[in-house]
Ligand binder design. Structure first.
Ligand SMILES: *Cc1c(COP(=O)(O)O)cnc(C)c1O
Length: 322
């Protein structure tokens, strides 16, 4: 089920490229004008699979301000699915509140729980013959296939002369689907770039292990060597700070630098990742860096149109914002 507008643009960020080093960006913030970011590519396969199996309802899981829940609400709803969302508390920021309100405005049925530990039980209660359960972040072989294809898209842009071949690609590692798909896709497309996966979720070793098992599964499906695909991805957990969603000094600083160059970044995912980009540039270890941007830059106003105000949220939903 195609959703997005491809290929997404690529361009250099000359103001951030120190002498002798180039920084390029792949603009997956622009995958869709209604709501962009990396969840769009993953949902294409997931919504197709749900439809092929005759499902009418999606069960999705995420933190209160989850981009995956919001994307599922926006695109799943438009594709005719009901969307049940199991929601876990998250530190309150304006961005998180807007995302939650937008998801509600897009018609999710919210099922707030107290912690990640309570998720399996809530999901079990929502299963049924009409339900298609999508794991956290949409990260499974079907979702990741969108990023195997995205690496091919990048290879085509390189072949067409839109950008030179990068030596390193830096991307956020949240639930693993994006990085895993890219690692396999780079191998399949014969690109030589190393993939630097900046971990923003905890515990980092578990997230890395999940991403690696996803690489193996995706590699088998794509017919490439799992070992070679595994060797592509280097996980870096040094930018995580106190944990998922916790603001960091370096993330906030990277958000400021990114904004000056015209990139809107966030505290949870892309700010930390961009801090790693800036450090990679500073170290001059590689000549050409491509930052794969994964945060939607679409204005939220249209999605907030029908959304409830924060002060009107019922108690259990307000309790999600800590
Ligand atoms: C979900 C998300 C990620 C992480 O992608 P995964 O495939 O879950 O690793 C990165 N950036 C943004 C903005 C996201 O919403």
């Amino acid at each position: 089920m195609p959703l997005g507008a491809y290929p997404t643009p690529v361009h250099e960020l000359p103001s951030l490229s120190p002498r002798g080093v180039e920084l390029w960006v792949k603009r997956d913030d622009l995958t869709h004008p209604l709501y962009g970011g990396n969840k769009v590519r993953k949902l294409e396969g997931l919504l197709s699979a749900a439809r092929e199996r005759g499902k009418r309802r999606l069960v999705v899981i995420g933190a209160a301000g989850s981009h995956h829940v919001l994307a599922s609400a926006a695109f799943g709803g438009r594709a005719g699915f009901g969307v049940d969302a199991v929601l876990v508390p998250q530190r309150r920021t304006d961005h998180v509140v807007e995302n939650l309100r937008s998801s509600l405005g897009q018609g999710i049925r919210p099922f707030p729980v107290r912690s990640w530990g309570a998720v399996p039980r809530a999901v079990a209660s929502l299963r049924g013959p009409d339900a298609y359960v999508i794991m956290t972040g949409g990260s499974n072989v079907v979702g990741s296939a969108g990023y195997v294809a995205a690496a091919r898209e990048l290879a085509d842009q390189i072949a067409a002369g839109e950008l030179p071949e990068p030596d390193a690609i830096v991307v956020t590692l949240g639930s693993g689907g994006t990085a895993a798909g890219l690692a396999v896709g780079l191998e399949a497309a014969g690109l030589r770039a190393e993939l630097l996966a900046v971990c923003v979720s905890d515990p980092a070793p578990a997230i890395d292990a999940i991403a690696r098992s996803l690489i193996v599964a995706c590699a088998r499906r794509a017919g490439v060597s799992p070992l070679r695909a595994l060797s592509r991805m280097h996980t870096d957990a040094r930018y995580l700070g106190a944990g998922y969603g916790a603001a960091t000094e370096w993330g906030s600083e990277a958000m400021r630098v990114g904004a000056e160059a015209g990139l809107v970044l966030d505290e949870v995912y892309t700010g930390k990742t961009f801090a790693a980009v800036l450090e990679t540039l500073r170290a001059r270890a590689v000549r050409r860096v491509l930052y794969w941007h994964t945060l939607s830059s679409a204005p939220l106003e249209p999605l907030l149109n029908q959304a409830p105000k924060e002060e009107d949220l019922p108690g259990p939903l307000r309790a999600l914002l800590r």
